[in-house]
Design a protein around this ligand. Structure first.
Ligand code: CDP
Length: 244
């Protein structure tokens, strides 16, 4: 696969063209931003961790029947993915109260929810990704009713699969964000799934193993990303054996 022109550079990733117009290379940087890019920094080897974690999770989700943009991991920092027409929505699913939900409703972080909370956010840095509902999406034509129901069903499936995956690795999946896109008349899960886009708490201790360590200056940021990578990859065989 030949790496072509830079198509887009975001906060944490760069997209490059390839010799196949339907495929692009997603390259993971060490740059980190928070609070709508007001806080900036670098997390050493975050790009390597997030590429490996995302690759493993995309493979796992495909095996659980969730179609994704992932084709293959290319090297330490890049993966080959299908080129999507991104739906301008971010899906957030929450199992435990934290972050935006704690703030919105004046709740303590850590309340375990009776049932998962599903949210749509409009993807707009300028507006700070505002919380919206189905009517906003349909009225603005950001996605069709059919697309919304496909995305919702896939997101619920992702939550069930990832909760079980991390439970086996002694981690609680607190919340996460997903993005979807259109590819040849289907809807695929895109973007990345990493400690940048999920909140992960170690079971028992509730030690944070995600980007909140950077957002809130908790220290040991690199170690947290490495720990998630180790548990996602290293413990795979052990966790499968233990569940038999
Ligand atoms: O990140 P923040 O606390 O402001 O917002 P949230 O709505 O509580 O975030 C829910 C989950 O989505 C967290 O795991 C965030 O890391 C993730 N998220 C993201 O990946 N990208 C965003 N633009 C917003 C949230």
């Amino acid at each position: 696969m030949i790496q072509g022109a830079k198509l887009y550079e975001g906060k944490a990733k760069i997209l490059y063209a390839t010799d196949d117009p339907s495929l692009v290379i997603q390259y993971f940087k060490d740059d980190a931003t928070a609070f709508n890019a007001q806080k900036r920094g670098t997390i050493m080897d975050k790009g390597v961790c997030n590429n490996r974690i995302s690759s493993a999770l995309f493979v796992y989700l495909e095996s659980r029947g969730v179609p994704t943009h992932f084709v293959k991991q290319l090297d330490d920092r890049s993966m080959l993915v299908k080129r999507l027409e991104i739906v301008p929505l971010e899906v957030t699913i929450r199992n435990i109260v934290a972050g935006g939900m704690a703030k919105l409703l004046g709740l303590e972080e850590g309340i375990v929810l009776e049932r998962a909370v599903f949210e749509w956010h409009y993807k707009s840095d300028a507006l700070g990704d505002p919380l919206i509902n189905d009517d906003h999406v349909l009225a603005m034509g950001w996605a069709s009713a059919e697309e919304l129901s496909i995305i919702r069903a896939a997101s619920v499936k992702v939550n069930e699969a990832l909760k079980a995956f991390f439970l086996q690795r002694q981690i609680d999946l607190v919340d996460f964000k997903l993005e979807f896109g259109r590819f040849q008349r289907s809807i695929l899960l895109g973007d990345e799934i990493s400690p940048d886009t999920m909140r992960l708490w170690e079971q028992g201790t509730r030690r944070k193993l995600d980007k909140d360590r950077f957002r809130r200056d908790l220290g040991s940021v690199e170690e947290a990303y490495q720990e998630v990578l180790r548990r996602v990859l290293g413990d795979a065989k052990q966790a499968t054996a233990a569940s038999r």
